[in-house]
Design a protein around this ligand. Structure first.
Ligand SMILES: [Zn+2]
Length: 204
């Protein structure tokens, strides 16, 4: 089965979440003719010293490199009602047929919150709803979609390096990135690297 959408909106709580988890999927969709947009809910985690304006500049470079249309939350502080309204308006205005977002089985409260908000924003719309795995996904996370990422990993590494303020984070180290994309139990392991997703709703 080949999944090909026309317009995809990927949503992330923080700058770099979308690229880290799903850049391969998005580039695959793009190469099949899909338009890719992204919505970033904040300029970093509340309480993280590296959060702030610099993260938007890094994010802009990253999205520009990949030809994604970028939207940022106007409130940026995870206000449920305001953020839900921003995402709902985007969905109503742009006719996306696929939304990609965090998974609720995640130890980061801001990731869980953005999943909840996006679920509300996407109610009663005929679009496919796919959750991505993140570095903080917990043991309840499960996958029903794997995307071979070997042909995207170089671009992904290049993209993640643009998030310069995050370069010392443990999950940004090369070994961690490789581990995140390694699944020894997937198919015949033709590819070295994979991205992992959970399809919640599929519309065709
Ligand atoms: Zn995050």
């Amino acid at each position: 089965m080949t999944l090909q959408f026309k317009k995809v909106l990927a949503i992330g709580a923080h700058p770099d979440d979308i690229e880290y988890s799903s850049l391969g999927f998005l580039l695959m969709q793009q190469s099949g003719g899909s338009n890719i947009s992204v919505f970033v809910s904040s300029l970093g985690s509340i309480g993280d010293d590296t959060s702030g304006r610099q993260r938007k500049l890094e994010s802009d470079k990253s999205f520009k490199l990949n030809n994604f249309e970028a939207f940022y939350s106007e409130n940026g502080v995870f206000d449920y009602v305001k953020t839900e309204s921003e995402i709902r308006q985007l969905l109503l205005k742009n006719n996306y047929d696929c939304v990609l977002v965090h998974d609720p089985n995640d130890s980061h409260q801001e990731h869980r919150l953005i999943y909840e908000i996006t679920s509300s924003a996407a109610r009663r719309l005929s679009l496919s709803f796919i959750r991505y795995r993140s570095v903080s996904s917990n043991y309840n996370y499960r996958s029903n979609l794997y995307i071979g990422a070997d042909r995207f990993i170089t671009k992904k590494n290049e993209t993640l390096k643009l998030h310069v303020s995050q370069k010392d984070k443990p999950y940004m180290q090369q070994k961690s990135i490789e581990n995140f994309h390694t699944f020894y139990n997937v198919g015949d392991n033709k590819e070295k690297f994979y991205e992992s997703f959970f399809i919640e709703t599929l519309f065709n």
